[in-house]
Write a protein that binds this ligand. Structure first.
Ligand SMILES: NC(=O)C1=CN([C@@H]2O[C@H](COP(=O)(O)OP(=O)(O)OC[C@H]3O[C@@H](n4cnc5c(N)ncnc54)[C@H](O)[C@@H]3O)[C@@H](O)[C@H]2O)C=CC1
Ligand SMILES: CC(C)[C@@H](O)CC[C@@H](C)[C@H]1CC[C@H]2[C@@H]3[C@H](O)CC4=CC(=O)CC[C@]4(C)[C@H]3CC[C@]12C
Length: 369
């Protein structure tokens, strides 16, 4: 991208561009990347809203493809200046097999890296996750940690294992020579729990509350804090990192950055109530209504039922041993590394993020009735 940014029009590729985060990255690029000449949206499932984007000045190319297919990835990457790789299988509910999770998240990422090297794409931003760090299998809290905090990142679940391996592949690829002789420059962004317009888990909580007459029942102590970050700010961090990666390659190349903004530190359930409360739901109980050991039993029962029913039907409730353990372990970040390295400041205030999310939940809920 050495030519003058104003003159040269750039080609971006967003993998997973029809996902919850991916859609916000696509729209943010169209709004805030003036050098954009072509935006390629690569996803296994293409959504109809992509068509409305094709009427603007930027050429939007929708590519239906699978990141596990190396030749499809190479064809999509060829000619791109920047790749933002958000495609992934975000499954902690047992919907997909461990092998499939690994195939998509690890082999898919390997395919993206090799495509950049083979076709000469120099800049790669990877959507990693807080889960690469924790919570670990020992339930150790990560309290106001940052990218340099020492923490025993021990995982057994397929999802965090796959994200950790994929992130390592991306960071190790930094500096590899790409076709044409220039170095590949990579970085990885680690969002904590993302919320905002399009968050399906939030929608599921809302619909569950509607089914229960407007009540949700506390399962996790209010003292267990979970870091959350607004999807618009995560998208903005991706766009900014992609833009600055060339200019600040020596500083940013091979680095990881937690995604953060002004969202308050609360328990997962209390944070959700910031949006579900104004939508009419109430969280019952100042403390968990059930003893933790009962929740552990119910989570284990869900896992057993999922295994027994799998030949007949997919049973994938929110409560399982992994989600209970994660929800019950404090994980919050406090960092300014992205600000120091590439000038990131959240684009959306907490108040704005909250309002946008409430409006979306209300609309999603009314469409459910
Ligand atoms: N949702 C969250 O709270 C967090 C998500 N992340 C990461 O952000 C990224 C995006 O996550 P979400 O938007 O939440 O998930 P999502 O499931 O909404 O989006 C993922 C997108 O990737 C696409 N995809 C999946 N497998 C594919 C394949 N084999 N080939 C091509 N496309 C494929 C899906 O169709 C979907 O559009 C993921 O890498 C995830 O690990 C990281 C931290 C938190
Ligand atoms: C049923 C109750 C115990 C309820 O409180 C369970 C909530 C549970 C579904 C969520 C609690 C923490 C969430 C995870 C966290 O935000 C970190 C994540 C990072 C990612 O990369 C993907 C999503 C997730 C694993 C997220 C998933 C949902 C929770 C486990």
């Amino acid at each position: 991208m050495a030519d003058s940014a104003q003159a040269q029009k750039l080609v971006y590729l967003v993998t997973g561009g029809c996902g919850f985060l991916g859609e916000h990255v696509v729209r943010m690029l169209l709004q805030r990347e003036p050098r954009l000449g072509e935006l390629r949206v690569f996803d296994r499932h293409l959504d109809p809203w992509l068509e409305e984007l094709k009427t603007g000045p930027v050429r939007v190319t929708a590519i239906q493809g699978d990141v596990t297919e190396a030749h499809e990835v190479a064809a999509a990457v060829a000619g791109a200046h920047v790749v933002i790789h958000t495609a992934g299988l975000v499954d902690v509910f047992g919907r997909a097999s461990p092998e499939t999770i690994h195939e998509v998240n690890v082999q898919g990422t390997r395919n993206v890296i090799e495509a950049c090297v083979q076709t000469g794409t120099q800049f790669l931003v990877y959507t990693s996750s807080m889960e690469v760090v924790g919570p670990n299998t020992k339930g150790h809290p990560f309290y106001r940690g940052n990218e340099d905090t020492l923490y025993e990142a021990v995982h057994r679940h397929p999802y965090p294992c796959s994200k950790a391996l994929a992130e390592r592949l991306v960071l190790e690829a930094n500096g590899r020579e790409v076709h044409g002789g220039l170095p590949l420059v990579t970085c990885a962004l680690r969002p904590t729990g993302i919320y905002g317009e399009g968050h399906q888990i939030m929608r599921d909580f809302y619909r569950q509350g509607l089914r229960l007459g407007g009540w949700l029942f506390r399962a996790i102590p209010a003292s267990v804090e979970h870091g959350r970050v607004y999807v618009g700010n995560v998208a903005w961090m991706h766009v900014l990192a992609a833009r600055e990666l060339e200019r600040r390659a020596a500083l940013m190349g091979g680095q990881v950055y937690f995604c953060y903004d002004g969202s308050p530190y609360k328990s997962y359930e209390d944070f959700n109530m910031e949006f579900l409360g104004p939508c009419g739901l109430q969280l019952v109980g100042a403390r968990p209504l059930l003893p933790y050991w009962v929740l552990v039993f119910l989570a284990a029962l869900n896992a057993l039922l999922q295994w027994l029913l799998r030949p007949l039907v997919l049973y994938a409730p929110l409560l399982n041993p992994y989600t209970l353990a994660v929800a019950n372990t404090t994980f919050t970040v406090s960092t300014d590394k992205a600000q120091r390295h590439f000038g990131y400041e959240p684009l959306f205030s907490w108040e704005d993020s909250r309002t946008r999310t409430i409006l979306w939940v209300q609309a999603a809920g009314s469409s459910a009735q």
